[in-house]
Ligand binder design. Structure first.
Ligand SMILES: [Zn+2]
Length: 88
């Protein structure tokens, strides 16, 4: 996930601005989980079994962004844990 940084540009569309395959595996089917960074939230998803877990960008910024950097590792781990409780 090198090179990924929080964005500060304004914008309207809620289209994914980043889509990253993580090293985490779906516990249900074994597929690779993808992290989708949207305008207002970030989601971790399995496209094989269509499970998804999302957290608002506001909450993620509050929890993982400091003045200098964004804690991607901490964020992805937390989202993976949330994913474990997600339903199809
Ligand atoms: Zn799956």
């Amino acid at each position: 996930m090198a090179g990924a940084r929080p964005r500060r540009r304004g914008g309207r569309a809620a289209l994914p601005v980043a889509e990253v395959v993580t090293t985490y595996r779906c516990p249900h089917c074994g597929g690779a989980l993808e992290l989708l960074e949207l305008r207002r939230e970030a989601c971790i998803a399995c496209w094989r079994c269509l499970r998804v877990a999302c957290v608002s960008a506001r909450k993620l910024r509050r929890l993982y962004m400091t003045r200098q950097r964004f804690d991607w590792r901490g964020m992805v781990l937390a989202m993976y844990r949330l994913y474990l409780t997600a339903r199809a």
